[in-house]
Design a protein around this ligand. Structure first.
Ligand code: FAD
Ligand code: EPU
Length: 337
């Protein structure tokens, strides 16, 4: 039997720490409760928002509607063979607890994604990525319900249309599904991805290349750059790294010889937005109670008492100045509510 709470405070349910409320809030403890919640939505028709750990959302205002927060959190081995194991994790499993569980069992694939906040259910939504790995590399399928008609679905990896910080859940199916679990396929045999920046060197400082040493290296690299949300409210990278045409990159290189760029598909280059923002003079600067983090310019922070509008005002100034200087319009990665 679902229990809907009224006038619920979301301050500890969003990592920006904004003091906002929703008119109705429901934590779903089981997949059956998710179904019941969807029946309620169909009958009563309120606005709704599916919320995991709230580490990639920005609330501009109080939310007038029902927030559905999946908390069911089982992890099961559903299949295995000599080389692989298939695991189904429910939406409410905390992401980093899941990564740690896999590492403890010597299953390879997710270790570079250590210490990303949030829950399993959101991991396919923006195809979380870090240090040379994206979660799509290990996703077999995603299960859930279509919200409108309460029909269950299971989409295989290809059908999820994963791309850099993108999936069908952020595009054609935006706000149309609730993800209840994700099936992952992990390796039983050692395979490491150590190519990103300082990762290999940091692992070697710890001794042999092992899952535990790789996890520890990733966590330390992250801690050296990214603010903990309980220190300064934030949602990780506020913007996506823009992907531009080769020709535009070559022109920019003539004017800014040190501009970094990472080749994507044959004719595209990904440019670090953190570099663009730093060059535009914003790193470490504040604007009212919102600021640009001084160690990673891609992260906007709440330095105390900021609202979603304060952070958006800062974001809009940055977008404008980066566009004026480089002719590139950077876009938020964070989901604006
Ligand atoms: P939420 O913020 O609650 O939701 C995000 C979006 O997914 C919303 O649109 C929501 O409606 C939707 N959603 C959530 N759960 C479901 C569900 N069950 N069904 C359907 N839709 C759902 N991200 C990276 O990719 N790489 C990083 O390295 C990284 N580092 C970060 C570091 C910090 C300090 C912080 C604060 C954030 C970072 N992030 C990073 C962003 C964030 O952690 C991820 O996007 C994470 O997957 C969000 O999970 P969540 O449960 O908090 O989702
Ligand atoms: N850079 C600067 N100044 C800065 C920050 C970055 O010049 O203040 C430049 C440097 O050239 C640096 C490059 O940007 O070498 C890349 O920086 P970093 O390795 O920190 O990665 P990022 O591109 O800024 C992305 C993800 C992060 C992820 C890291 C590590 C996006 C939008 N962000 O950041 O994801 O953790 O790579 O893989 O793709 C998130 O999505 O919330 C997030 C934190």
């Amino acid at each position: 039997m679902i229990q809907i709470q009224q006038n619920f405070n979301l301050k500890t349910y969003n990592t920006f720490g904004f003091d906002v409320t929703c008119s109705h809030f429901l934590a779903c403890q089981t997949a059956d409760e998710v179904q019941e919640a969807l029946v309620y939505l169909k009958e009563k028709g309120p606005n709704y928002l599916i919320l995991g750990g709230g580490s990639n959302v920005l609330f501009r205002n109080n939310f007038d509607g029902l927030v559905i927060h999946p908390v069911m959190d089982s992890i099961q081995v559903v299949r295995e063979d000599e080389e692989h194991v298939w695991l189904e994790a429910e939406a409410g499993v905390e992401w980093d607890r899941f990564v740690e569980f896999c590492i403890d069992n010597q299953w390879y694939g997710l270790e570079n994604l250590s210490y990303i906040p949030g829950n399993v259910g959101a991991s396919p939504v923006q195809n979380i990525g870090a240090y040379g790995v994206e979660v799509k590399d290990c996703i077999e399928s995603v299960k859930g319900y279509f919200i409108d008609d309460i029909v269950p679905f299971e989409l295989d990896n290809k059908a999820c249309r994963f791309a850099y910080r993108q999936s069908i859940f952020k595009a054609d199916l935006k706000h149309k599904t609730i993800i209840t679990s994700v099936v992952f396929k992990l390796n039983k045999k050692a395979s490491y991805n150590l190519n990103y920046g300082p990762v290999k060197e940091e692992v070697q400082k710890r001794g042999a290349i092992t899952l535990q040493n790789l996890r520890s290296a990733i966590i330390d690299i992250r801690k050296s750059k990214l603010p903990e949300p309980d220190e300064y409210g934030n949602a990780g990278s506020f913007f996506k790294n823009p992907v531009i045409a080769n020709e535009q990159f070559t022109l920019l290189q003539k004017q800014y010889p040190t501009i970094p760029g990472y080749p994507m598909e044959p004719s595209l280059v990904k440019v670090p937005a953190g570099w663009l923002i730093e060059q535009a003079g914003w790193k470490g600067k504040s604007f009212g109670p919102a600021a640009v983090h001084n160690k990673q310019a891609l992260v906007l922070i709440n330095i105390g008492g900021a609202s979603g509008d304060d952070v958006m005002q800062l974001a809009e100034k940055i977008i404008g100045e980066v566009a004026d200087k480089f002719g590139i319009t950077i876009e938020p990665e964070v989901n604006i509510v």
